[in-house]
Ligand binder design. Structure first.
Ligand code: ZN
Ligand code: ZN
Length: 273
């Protein structure tokens, strides 16, 4: 895995049409390669990609694809996201878990559509079968398309928050998500962890098997970065990093890139696996 060399440029948090991203997985890879990224992970919501992993030629450039997913779970009434990475291909056990989560998502999405009194778009057979993940962002788009709201932020603010009760709550506990990912051989990192939640829950999550924090992200202050570094050091966690790019802002991936040196412990762990 010499693509994981110190000078490599990483983005370990990207979304595609397999969940709520704008571009197909293949297009995301092409855009990443053209943008000069060296190592990327597609981390669609509760979705185990079937894309080839490891080093490959994409758009005439060498790109190393790390297998990953972003799993949603609940702790203390709040939803948190868990990034799961695999050193090789995604194992069948984790694939089965993701498929069940996607199937549950389709059920929740359909209930939300009827709670919102939205006619469509209907859930297709693929989504019902767990071949892709439906999310709140899909509901936000449906609300915009139906003319109920003017944009996605209004959709979230007025219809899709937990307090609105339109989207049925998740049943999976975040600590259970960590355990399942670890049992399947995955590396776990808490995605975009809010600082207050880190302070409140880090001991519980580490006890459940959490191994990392996504502490290298766009728009963090240097104090934020210092905070994540300190917590990681104190608990023996590694840092991971990524943009959480979905493609909806008319920007390309690669504007934000993580340097291997910033996530060295994670890279070492992946190399050693
Ligand atoms: Zn997330
Ligand atoms: Zn994400």
């Amino acid at each position: 895995m010499n693509d994981l060399r110190p000078g490599s440029r990483f983005d370990l948090h990207l979304h595609s049409t397999s969940s709520d991203g704008r571009f197909s997985p293949e297009e995301v890879l092409e855009r990443c390669a053209r943008a000069g990224l060296d190592v990327i992970a597609l981390t669609d919501h509760d979705f185990a990609s079937t894309l080839e992993v490891g080093p490959q030629l994409v758009a005439g450039r060498r790109l190393h694809v790390v297998a990953g997913a972003e799993v949603s779970g609940v702790h203390d009434g709040t939803e948190y996201h868990l990034l799961v990475y695999f050193p090789g291909a995604i194992p069948d056990g984790f694939r089965d878990f993701c498929r069940r989560q996607c199937q549950e998502r389709a059920v929740r999405y359909e209930r939300a559509l009827s709670a919102l009194d939205l006619a469509g778009p209907a859930v297709d057979a693929g989504a019902r079968n767990g071949d892709r993940a439906l999310t709140r962002l899909h509901l936000a788009h449906a609300l915009v398309d139906a003319g109920v709201v003017r944009d996605r932020s209004q959709a979230f603010a007025e219809y899709l928050g937990d307090s609105h009760g339109t989207v049925p709550r998740l049943s999976l506990a975040f600590t259970e998500a960590i355990r399942i990912a670890r049992d399947c051989g995955g590396f776990t990192s808490w995605a975009h962890p809010p600082r207050g939640a880190v302070e409140a829950h880090i001991d519980t999550f580490v006890a459940a098997g959490l191994q990392g924090l996504e502490g290298v992200r766009p728009l963090l202050t240097s104090a934020d970065r210092r905070f994540y570094r300190t917590v990681a050091r104190r608990h023996g966690l590694y840092l991971t990093g990524g943009s959480d790019w979905h493609g909806w802002r008319d920007d390309d991936p690669g504007l934000f890139r993580v340097h291997a040196v910033e996530i060295r412990d994670f890279v070492d762990a992946l190399l050693a696996a």
